[in-house]
Structures are given as C-alpha cells and as structure tokens.
Design a protein around this ligand. Sequence first.
Ligand code: C2O
Ligand code: CU
Length: 496
Amino acid sequence: GLSTAAALARRPPSTGAELRSAVPLPPPFRVPLPIPAVLKPTSGDRYEITQREATAEVLPGLKTPLWTYDGTFPGPTIESRRGRAITVTHHNELPVPTVVHLHGGRTPAESDGYPTDLVLPRNWSEQHTGHTMHDPRAVVTQHTRDYTFPLDQRPTMLWYHDHRMDFTAPAIWRGLAGLHIIRDDAEESLGLPAGERELPLMIADRAFAEDGSFAYPSLDPGLRVLPGVRDEYFAGVLGDVILVNGAPWPVHEVDAARYRLRVLNASNARHYELEAVTDDGRALDLVQIGADQGLLATPVTHQSVPMAPAERYDLVIDFTDIPIGSRVRVLNRLGTGRTREVMAFHITRRAEDDSRIPTTLSTDLPTWDPSDAVRVRDFTFRAGRTNGHHGWLIGGLPFDPARTDVTTRLGDVELWRLTADIHHPVHLHLVGFHVLSRAGRPPLPHDAGLKDTISLRPGETAEIITRFDAYRGRYLFHCHNAEHEDMGMMANLEVV
Ligand code: C2O
Ligand code: CU
C-alpha cells in the first residue's frame, strides 16, 4: 500500500473558492491570442513604465477596468541580454502604493521590490499606508522609483509583478503582471523555434463582476480579502475564466511546424496540469527544454505538465504532422467545466521548418552536492493561529518585516527541507535551486533543471539545494499562492 504522504501527495491541488462570473462568458477558441508588445528602451539601457488605470475589452463587448503597467494587461514584455544591466523607472499613477519585483531575477536587494519599499502615488496621505510604514529599513519613494537589474544570470523567462505587503494578490489580480525574457548568444545558436514560432503564454484565471470589472472578494475597492469573507477564500481566490495573455480561451493560427511555448502560470491560486490534445483525442508530446531558471541540460518529454502559481515551463510542441485545418487544444486536466479549457492552436498551413531540439541544451547548469551544504534547515508551511488570527505560517510564524528568519553567508550552499500541509508553491528570491527529493524519493520528471518555485504537495517533505551567491541584503521566501502570501506565508532571508 501507499504511505500516507504518497497518498496525500496524489490528491489534486486543494483549491480555494471559485468566484462565478456575473456576465455571460464567450465560447472558447474565438478570440485571437494577443502577444504582449515588447517595451522599447527610452535610450540605451533605460526603460520607463507608468503604472496606471486603464480599461480593456477582455471579454468581447465588455469594458474591464484594470491596474496596468503602461496601459495593458499583461504589461509590456521586456527583452534583455544576459549580463547587460538595465534600469526600469516606474511611475506610480495608480490610487495605491505599489512595489515592483522581478520574479526570478538575481537582483541587488535595493531593486528587488521588498514588500515595504513602497512607491507612493502622488498626494498619498500617510495615514492610509498603515503598518507597512513601521519597517525601519523600508525605503519609500514618492511617485517614482528606479529599479536596476544586472541580469547577470542564465537566459530564461522571468516575470515582473506587484509585491506590496498584504496587498499583492488583489494588485496582481487587477492586472499588475508582465513578462521579461533574458536572451544570450549561446541559446540563440541552438536553432530552437524562434521569431513568430516562439510564443510567450501567461495563463491566469479571473472572474467578472456585473459591471465588467475583475471580481475579487473584497468590499473595499483595491484592498485585500476582508475579514468577513476571509474564511471562504482562505485557500486562495479562483476565477471561472481562463485568460492567456489577457484573452479568454484564445486561439492562435500556426504553421504545421515546431513551436516554442514559454508558459507562465500567473494565476493567484489556480494549479493547472496542461496537455495538448488533437481533434482525434491524441495527446501531443510536450518536450520540456527549460525550467524557471533557464534551459535544462537535456530535453525531457512529458504528456502533461503540472503548473503551480509562478512556475514557468519552456516547451517545444511539434505540429508538423497535424492535418491542416484541424486544431490542437490546450487543456487543463485539473479543471472542471470551462476551467478545463485553456486555449487552442489552429493549424492553417504547411511551412518550412529548420528548427531543431539539440540533445544537449546547456552545459552551464550549476550543480551542488548535498555534502557541499554547510547548513540544513527545516521549514513547515501550514495554516495556523497567531494572535487569534487564522493565517498561513512558515515555521509557525506569520510574516514580519522586522524579524530576520534566516541568516546565511554569501557563497554558502544550503539544503532546505520544506514540509507542507496542503499544496504550497514555495518561491525563493535571488537564487535558483535544484529539487533533490520528494517524500524521500527522487524528484519528479518536471522537477528537472534549475527552479525558483517548487510546488510542494500535501503532507510531503521536499529537499532543495542552492548556493546564496549573488548579493548581500534582505530577501524573501514565500508561498506564491498570492492569497497565502498576503495572509502571512512569507519570511525574511538575509544574506550577509
Ligand atoms: Cu513572484 Cu516574491 O514573487
Ligand atoms: Cu501556500
């Protein structure tokens, strides 16, 4: 028989309450897939983004008010080169303070978007800022802030999103998320599908209120899950509409050729298990070439890939043998009803294809041996009570900017053992890590490569190993179920 942990780990991801849209939903696979615009530098290595309110026609015929980076959801994609530093100036024209974090970036602490390093809106009255002002180390700026990213790291797809303490979930939900792709010559010389055959796909679920806005379980515009509704949404907020690059169940016309799909689960709490199915019911191979932190050493072939919030997969899919005029649907095995459907590809023409998937993808993956670890740490990720509040806790404690939870020395290799009560996607800032084991067994096929987010399964202890080798300063690790994060499941990591 199965051990209890193994049996628990097989349970589908525990989901929060699903909000029901109050408007009619469009049929699937009609809206064309949008590709977010690539942001142009203002000069050299400098970029500017204005965070502002905007409206968009997310559902056909309906206006949805959004919080945006530069007027769109997703925000503009930043394309950068490995080792070439850029500065992004963010202007906050939103009605709330914001914080920008580049997820997966090896970023100096002052630009990493610590949750109390607020960028205040114009004319912001301090009394509204609450306890986040009481962090003596917070660096608060008025209206504008420069974030500098060295990008001295392996090429991969990162994403930038809001990270304000206690308010991250509703801010991302309203639209504050965008992609960032780092490239380099080595990767470009591999011959992978490129240009129009490389597609970034940001998947996120939402629900719609009667007035067309994104529904969120709060009575206070722009604010967090309120106490009155907190119990119901404690496990996380889910929507009944699946958006890809901001469009509901879109369709994309493709050649009968190989495509590179760079997939991000940007949902607050929803887990997916993605598969690509032909009209005659055959599941196409999903050839994984990269993980959160860049290319794998060698490709791994899957029939489906599980995706927890914040995880990325770099996949190649081959439409060469698919009949012209037919479709390949991307489905979510964990969904029910409309949340089973994600998007579709419509195969429209035969075409030349000189792309390839080399058997050696990269040779620069760092590896660490457990015997290199100078420290082993244990952390539990569990619900619990503190000060009479039901919250999400790491090691029994809710987030406190004034408390240092972990101190490590620059250059140290550490082995962490992470134990979860229910599913928690655990993310470390600053570093990538390898998964060493799950429940005492070897990692799963999709744990391959360098990760920055691991999907912990219920009752399971996973071991990860990393080296804290980039910068000194105050960083974070936390659950990337955005509601769990806002309800305390975050801790401080100080590199000294
Ligand atoms: Cu995706 Cu701490 O963030
Ligand atoms: Cu969690």
